[in-house]
Design a protein around this ligand. Structure first.
Ligand code: NAG
Ligand code: NAG
Ligand code: NAG
Ligand code: NAG
Length: 393
């Protein structure tokens, strides 16, 4: 999208030229709403990446974000704050609270506070089941899958409106939203079943259930679990599976999903050798049993230590709850890889369900690769993350 278009939206928000600029937005929003990822301007997009920056000095630091979708040539400053209904996150997730014949699954190992109590006495931060957070929302034609890292987000549908929790303010957080046709949601449900997520709110209308038996199962299982907490681990599923997921507009993603029996580091044992790429991994370091950088296989995995997305600000990975991985090198014409997902590199999460969503794209790669300022070397020293000009192999 052109810089002018962003400027126009800016004016809408601040009311400088309301009559003229509001028109296109009203036209867009007037018709039947379309379930899709949306960007700040209100345009439906095939995908976006959103980087919520950590809190710094002032109050509104902590709600600022960077956004990237098709047509951008890297990170773009969010138009407002991440908690606003007029931003990409609010516009996208906001559709959940509309009346409509929608199917939805909300899952989070740290569900919103009032919901935590209903999960059979499981504490707000559950240490069993999948370490995974996301939103699936779809109707009879299409929808989106949002994978994110924010505790206690989003509010259940019964809350009636979008909001962003205080638990998501202090640290950096990542979101990847992808728009899919209805026929992809069965596959998404199969991936989620492997992850064994904590579903805290869900509904699949009768009219859609035959298209998405996997999501129907996840939703039913959720009801059973609430009645009977001893049933949390039911039918055995594969230890792990990766599948291609092509978006509504034809962009290829790969979803990696693992269950508890995988019992290994997602990135080093599986993602890096599958993508044939050395990976730099950003994850939350404030936990026990952190896995060191690992160069024992052909494809190396280095822990990122210092982050600077879009060079807007620089922060320690201690202040960044995001979980993403980027190819160390640019790759060929299709670009290096970027993965955004659920899993930290620590011992406990080797035995937790969760996954990551990856794609190969030169622009997205560069945006994430440039964000990795310092890494832990194979020898355990902190330094730069290697030359991004080195060949992919
Ligand atoms: C977003 O957060 C800011 C800072 O806490 C607050 O002033 C504002 O009212 C919030 N906006 C919404 C829509 O909740
Ligand atoms: C709960 O699960 C246990 C063990 O599977 C079973 O024996 C019990 O009957 C279940 N209770 C209910 C109310 O479903
Ligand atoms: C599961 O992960 C292993 C690596 O640990 C990989 O070799 C295997 O292909 C994966 N299985 C599937 C079905 O993707
Ligand atoms: C916090 O503020 C300092 C000083 O203004 C700046 O150098 C740093 O990049 C900021 N960090 C974040 C995360 O905003």
């Amino acid at each position: 999208m052109s810089p002018n278009a962003r400027l126009r939206v800016y004016y809408v928000h601040y009311g400088t030229m309301p009559a003229l600029a509001l028109l296109p937005l009203l036209l867009l929003e007037g018709g039947a709403s379309q379930l899709s990822c949306y960007e700040d301007s209100g345009d439906a997009v095939d995908w976006f990446y959103l980087y919520k920056l950590p809190h710094n000095q002032s109050d509104i630091d902590g709600l600022k974000y960077l956004l990237m979708s098709g047509g951008d040539d890297g990170w773009v400053d969010g138009n407002g704050l991440v908690n606003e209904t007029t931003g990409a996150l609010g516009r996208t997730v906001g559709h959940l609270y509309e009346n409509g014949d929608y199917g939805y699954i909300l899952y989070n190992d740290q569900p919103p506070e009032p919901m935590a109590k209903t999960l059979g006495g499981v504490s707000a931060s559950s240490s069993s089941g999948g370490h995974t957070k996301g939103v699936v929302l779809f109707d009879k034609s299409q929808g989106f899958w949002l994978v994110h890292s924010t505790p206690h987000f989003p509010p259940p549908k019964s809350e009636g409106q979008f909001s962003y929790p205080s638990s998501g303010v202090v640290n950096g957080q990542n979101f990847i939203c992808v728009t899919y046709a209805l026929d992809k949601f069965q596959t998404i449900g199969e991936q989620l079943k492997i992850n064994q997520p904590h579903v805290y709110d869900c509904h699949v209308p009768e009219s859609l259930s035959s298209y998405v038996p996997s999501l129907v199962h996840l939703c039913k299982k959720n009801r059973r679990d609430r009645r009977n907490a001893t049933l949390i681990h039911t039918s055995p599923t594969a230890a792990n599976r990766s599948v291609a997921l092509t978006t509504l507009a034809g962009t290829d993603f790969i979803s990696f999903a693992k269950g508890p029996s995988f019992s290994n580091d997602l990135y080093h044992s599986w993602v890096a050798p599958t993508l044939l790429s050395n990976l730099l991994v950003q994850f939350w370091h404030r936990s026990t049993g952190i896995l060191p950088s690992d160069c024992s296989n052909k494809w190396k995995v280095l822990n990122v230590q210092l982050v600077s997305p879009g060079q807007r600000c620089t922060f320690s990975t201690m202040d960044d709850h995001s979980k993403w991985a980027v190819s160390a090198a640019a790759g060929g014409s299709s670009g290096g890889w970027v993965c955004v997902g659920d899993i930290n590199r620590n011992q406990a999460e080797e035995r937790r369900g969760g996954g990551t969503v990856c794609r190969q794209d030169p622009v997205v790669w560069k945006a994430y690769r440039m964000a990795a300022l310092e890494c832990e070397s194979c020898e355990g020293e902190i330094g730069n993350c290697g030359s991004d000009k080195s060949p992919a192999t």
